[in-house]
Design a binder for this molecule. Structure first.
Ligand code: NAP
Length: 248
């Protein structure tokens, strides 16, 4: 059976590394993106170079209608997904809680939390043996922030990732009998463009001394854990929160 994985936020960073590595391990890939059509197309080409099928599909995961359209498009153009990586995520600029606007909170929780719920909902409908599907695997991309709380930077983001941890535990138990495994990875300081998007392009280098391993991680090091959790090698692993954080 062909394995088909949807990687949300697959155009850049950890999502792009995951899409590419999954293809090397035999998955066809739906590469979701919000705005970076060119970057998503490059990931599609990398998947195809590995001999697998791929499509790029635009959708803001926080928007229910766009998520529904995305799944329809994947069903029609690539086929029913067998696996999902809920990777799309954002931070805002560093701020204290008393400075956070309602609009900021809506955006942070909308993309990081509601987006993951909406995509998991549509994935479960397609994967669950309860609905005639073959089963599957879901990996949620949380963050070490859910343990650390991220004071003075982004407590909103940390709390959203805390919700993802609990979502992982609850959904894993809910669908364990339906042939679906649900796990999360919690990356630490990883070299991607997310830090620049929060106004801190040198954040990894600045904080690397706080990491017991004394360095930031790469997107590929996180992708290795994600693809293992998707794979049959993790067949008895569900409800796990896997830290990929150099000991931080
Ligand atoms: P990144 O380099 O900034 O890439 C973010 C990706 O998410 C891009 O592909 C982006 O698409 C996509 N995206 C953003 N908003 C979206 C939306 N509304 N709908 C659909 N896609 C959207 O980030 P990253 O560092 O790889 O982060 C990936 C995940 O890892 C996130 O969940 C993040 O919270 C988590 N994480 C990262 C770190 C770290 O240190 N880097 C640590 C812990 C956890 P476009 O290219 O179209 O903008």
């Amino acid at each position: 059976m062909e394995r088909i994985v949807l990687v949300t936020g697959g155009s850049r960073g950890i999502g792009a590394a995951t899409a590419t590595l999954a293809a090397a391990h035999g998955w066809s890939v739906a590469v979701n993106y919000a705005a970076s059509a060119g970057a998503a197309q490059q990931v599609v080409q990398a998947v195809e170079a590995a001999g697998r099928r791929a499509i790029a599909v635009q959708a803001d995961v926080s928007d229910e209608q766009q998520v529904l359209r995305m799944f329809d498009e994947i069903d029609a153009r690539l086929g029913r997904i067998t696996d999902l990586v809920n990777n799309a995520g954002v931070v805002d600029v560093g701020a204290r809680v008393e400075q956070m606007s309602g609009a900021r909170l809506q955006r942070i929780f909308g993309i990081n939390v509601i987006g993951s719920f909406l995509c998991a909902r549509e994935a479960v409908k397609r994967m669950s043996t309860r609905h005639g599907g073959p089963g599957g695997a879901i990996v949620n991309v949380s963050s070490a922030a859910s343990r650390l709380g991220s004071p003075n930077e982004y407590v909103d983001y940390a709390a959203a990732k805390g919700a993802i941890d609990v979502f992982t535990v609850g959904l894993a138990k809910e669908v364990a009998g339906d042939g679906i495994r649900v796990n999360a990875v919690r990356p630490g300081l990883i070299e991607t463009e997310i830090h620049a998007s929060g106004g801190n392009p040198d954040r990894v280098q600045r904080l690397a001394h706080q990491v017991p391993m004394q360095r930031g991680g790469s997107a590929d090091e996180v992708a290795q854990a994600i693809v293992w959790l998707l794979s049959p090698q993790a067949s008895y692993t569900t409800m796990s929160l896997v830290d990929v954080s150099g000991g931080r």
